[in-house]
Design a protein around this ligand. Structure first.
Ligand code: SF4
Ligand code: SF4
Length: 777
């Protein structure tokens, strides 16, 4: 088959309306300047056949920026794009200066921001970066990629000033500026052009030393007319160079995302790539030149003079017109846009024929495999499968549809009901598994017998107590060998008997001078020894306190001496315990608060009720999780630094622990955040989303230290919900908070998808998370 090559397009063609359906473009390279302060000898803009830069204005005029922004906004609105990416480019965009950058970014945000999510980026050589410019970049949330080819010797090989002087020191200074905490949010990463003359491991180490959030490697631009240098006729020297880095990077635990390598890994799972360099994803990118003309991807300039031209411009043409230009449309057409050799190639879905410009040859245009074909084939062959083929527990308890629904973030009432039922099943199984051991302990044995009896006579009462979050923590401790804690089973049975209104006599353990009845409260007793005898009847119990019998009826307001009923809030008519007595609540890394005074408890109660009411009205999609899963809030001690603190634990499903917060809205955000952890915990109870045997860790944007995969997955799922909450709020700081949480979620989701540790279900779950974000207007 053949397809139109750029050579065959007519650059003087008049404005034409698209006759075929338009595949929208979402990436726009804005050539803010057309000159550069460096004279790199591998530059495709200045050193390759296309010399069209000479007729371009040096800097894009403000009116051109405005017109470009309007075109992009028009396109995004027409196609309801959830996101567009604009990359400020050159030449060297920093030559525009701080004021012009400020104005340009301001125009883009003002015009495009109301229509869609704008991901604003810049690619720069860095030599002119100053703190004043960083201030502008941070203020407008512009993320900057810096070009660096390795250490000094590697970088000096090509990246020099016109007089031959090195640019290395100034680039390192730029990177140190971007590493400053105040600027770090604008540090996108490093772009490195491969040169076989450089040692790959030294290059990798030099780049890593700059602590980039991301690295990308670019093969030097070449085509069949200008083939790449291959020392001694080696067949795959570029693959060999990159694979040396791949092996070291894998051995290092992939300390930083490397886009090309991660894209190769992603394609092995049938996932999307993050680069045009490999894979069959559509190349949905167009260039807007300094004078406002639309051009195809500018690396085409390496092919022949005028190769990137379209004959279209932003003043007379819409982005839709550019999108159907043959040279752009063909890069969007996947397999159909490739030559016959590539179409028949067994690795075409992962390779994708390589970068479009690398296919060029005089005569046949772009209807060829990549000039890097052998290297690409070797790279595909040598990079591992991206998701674990481990024998994993599949979602046979939770159907794939439920898993998809939960992965989207909120979860329907039915999905949440299934999660609650998963947890109930887990706890019941844990308690049943303790019965043989319970037979050897007198208190636990009596407790077991009573529980079995009640399970027949009053199953709802047993369910209510086994569903108490800290019963699971107790059961897991016993399963792990804490035999001296088995007698607590008698307390669990006693609590169930009180709920059931049953008659029972049994001994329960005394701990720190009190007996503890899960879901009900604690009472200080005078028993000398480690147990006390309870008489239970009519929803009440009697126990010996300070030499006299005390009768406690937990559902009545009277509080006999020593009785500490568990405090309760009642949001939307459903009780949520304010748990400050259960000894098994201390299962977090944070210190739990001891018994609350009545006034403090009343404040907690009011805040929880107000927070849930806020969620009901402002974030109704998350209310189901709160109402179905939240059984208890554990007050934590205030953090000495005043920071907000909250936690959830898999061993205490249904509870969230929270330090005091200023107001109900802040509490609402924490509740939603922590209930996301509960949801994911219940999913992980029955379904493997990642390979637990894989020790690798993940770099996440919200913490300096690498996280285990489970921690990263939890962070992604919780931050998805928090981003969604901020997205809906109109407070002045909301947009900033939203962007931060969204970027955290997106960044870590990409890390997880690229790491190769997720199972098939895990890959699908995280892709659902990503799809939710893509759907946000
Ligand atoms: S810094 Fe970039 S634009 Fe400038 S000469 Fe080097 S490669 Fe070309
Ligand atoms: S390996 Fe070669 S033939 Fe196969 S898809 Fe890639 S460029 Fe085409």
């Amino acid at each position: 088959m053949s397809h139109p090559s750029a050579q065959q397009s007519d650059p003087t063609a008049p404005h034409f309306a698209p006759a075929t359906p338009v595949t929208p473009l979402s990436q726009f390279v804005l050539k803010l300047t057309s000159r550069c302060d460096l004279a790199c000898d591998h530059c495709y803009v200045y050193e390759h056949p296309d010399q069209s830069w000479q007729r371009q204005p040096r800097v894009m005029a403000p009116t051109t920026v405005e017109a470009a922004a309007l075109r992009i906004a028009e396109h995004a609105a027409a196609h309801r794009l959830a996101l567009v990416r604009v990359i400020l480019h050159g030449g060297e965009p920093l030559l525009a200066g701080a004021d012009r950058l400020d104005a340009t970014a301001g125009t883009l945000r003002r015009v495009i921001g109301p229509v869609t999510r704008l991901d604003l980026r810049m690619q720069s050589n860095g030599v002119l970066l100053t703190q004043a410019i960083c201030d502008v970049l941070v203020a407008h949330d512009v993320k900057v990629g810096i070009s660096l080819d390795g250490g000094r010797a590697a970088n000096d090989r090509h990246r020099r000033y016109a007089n031959g002087a090195s640019s290395h020191d100034r680039v390192l200074r730029a990177l140190s500026l971007l590493r400053r905490p105040a600027n770090r949010a604008s540090y996108a990463g490093i772009l490195c052009t491969v040169d076989l003359a450089n040692d790959p491991i030294q290059v990798y180490e030099a780049l890593l030393a700059e602590e980039p959030p991301r690295i990308d490697f670019l093969l030097p631009h070449a085509n069949w007319d200008r083939p790449p240098h291959r020392p001694d006729g080696a067949a795959t020297p570029y693959a060999d160079w990159l694979l040396a880095i791949y092996r070291r990077w894998s051995a290092d635990g992939r300390p930083v995302p490397i886009r090309l390598l991660e894209s190769l890994l992603a394609t092995a799972a049938g996932g999307a790539t993050g680069t045009e360099a490999v894979g069959l994803g559509p190349a949905d990118l167009v260039v807007i030149e300094t004078d406002g003309t639309f051009e195809q991807v500018d690396s085409l300039k390496s092919a022949f003079h005028g190769a990137a031209a379209t004959g279209l411009d932003i003043f007379r043409h819409r982005v839709d017109d550019a999108a159907v230009h043959p040279g752009i449309a063909v890069r969007q057409s996947g397999l159909a846009g490739l030559c016959a050799t590539c179409q028949a190639c067994p690795v075409v879905r992962r390779c994708g024929g390589g970068l479009f410009p690398h296919r060029y040859q005089s005569g046949s245009g772009f209807d060829n495999p990549s000039v890097y074909c052998t290297d690409l084939a070797e790279l595909v062959r040598s990079t591992a499968a991206p998701h674990r083929q481990v024998p994993a527990r599949r979602a046979d308890v939770l159907s794939p549809a439920v898993l998809d629904d939960l992965g989207a973030g909120q979860g329907s009432a039915e999905s949440l009901r299934q999660l609650a039922s998963v947890h109930a099943g887990v706890v019941r199984a844990l308690v049943v598994a303790l019965s043989p051991a319970a037979a050897g302990d007198p208190l636990a044995a009596d407790g077991w017998d009573l529980l079995v009896e009640l399970d027949l006579a009053a199953p709802g009462a047993v369910r209510a107590v086994l569903g108490h979050p800290f019963v699971r923590h107790w059961a897991q401790r016993c399963r792990a060998g804490a035999a001296d804690e088995l007698p607590h089973l008698a307390s669990i049975a006693a609590a169930a008997a009180v709920h059931a209104g049953a008659d029972a006599e049994l001994a329960v353990p005394v701990r720190d001078g009190a007996i503890h009845l899960p879901t009900l409260g604690a009472i200080a007793v005078s028993a000398a020894g480690d147990q006390a005898r309870l008489s239970i009847s009519d929803g009440a119990f009697e126990v010996q306190v300070a030499g006299r019998r005390v009768r406690v009826r937990p559902d009545l307001p009277e509080k006999p001496d020593g009785w500490q009923p568990v405090w309760q809030a009642c949001p939307a008519g459903r009780p949520v315990l304010l748990e400050d007595t259960d000894p098994y609540r201390d299962c977090y890394d944070l210190p739990v608060e001891s018994r609350l005074g009545a006034a403090v408890a009343a404040r907690w109660r009011a805040q929880v009720e107000e927070a849930v009411s806020w969620i009901d009205t402002e974030a109704a999609g998350y209310a189901g999780g709160i109402h179905t899963l939240l059984r208890a809030v554990v007050p934590l001690r205030p953090d000495p630094t005043g920071r907000s603190r909250s936690a959830a634990a898999r061993c205490a499903f249904g509870a969230v622990a929270i330090a005091p917060v200023a107001d109900a809205e802040a509490l609402a955000v924490l509740l939603v955040h922590e209930v996301q952890h509960l949801k994911l915990d219940a999913v992980l109870d029955v379904c493997d989303l990642f390979d637990r045997a894989d020790p690798r860790t993940v770099r996440v944007p919200w913490r300096a230290d690498p996280r285990p995969v489970e921690g990263a997955l939890h962070g992604v799922y919780a931050h998805l919900a928090v981003a969604d909450l901020w997205r809906r709020r109109s407070a002045p700081a909301a947009a900033g908070h939203f962007r931060r949480y969204r970027d955290w979620t997106a960044g870590a989701a990409e890390e997880l998808l690229g790491l190769g540790v997720l199972t098939e279900d895990g890959q699908r779950f995280v892709q659902r998370i990503r799809a939710t974000m893509d759907g946000w207007p």
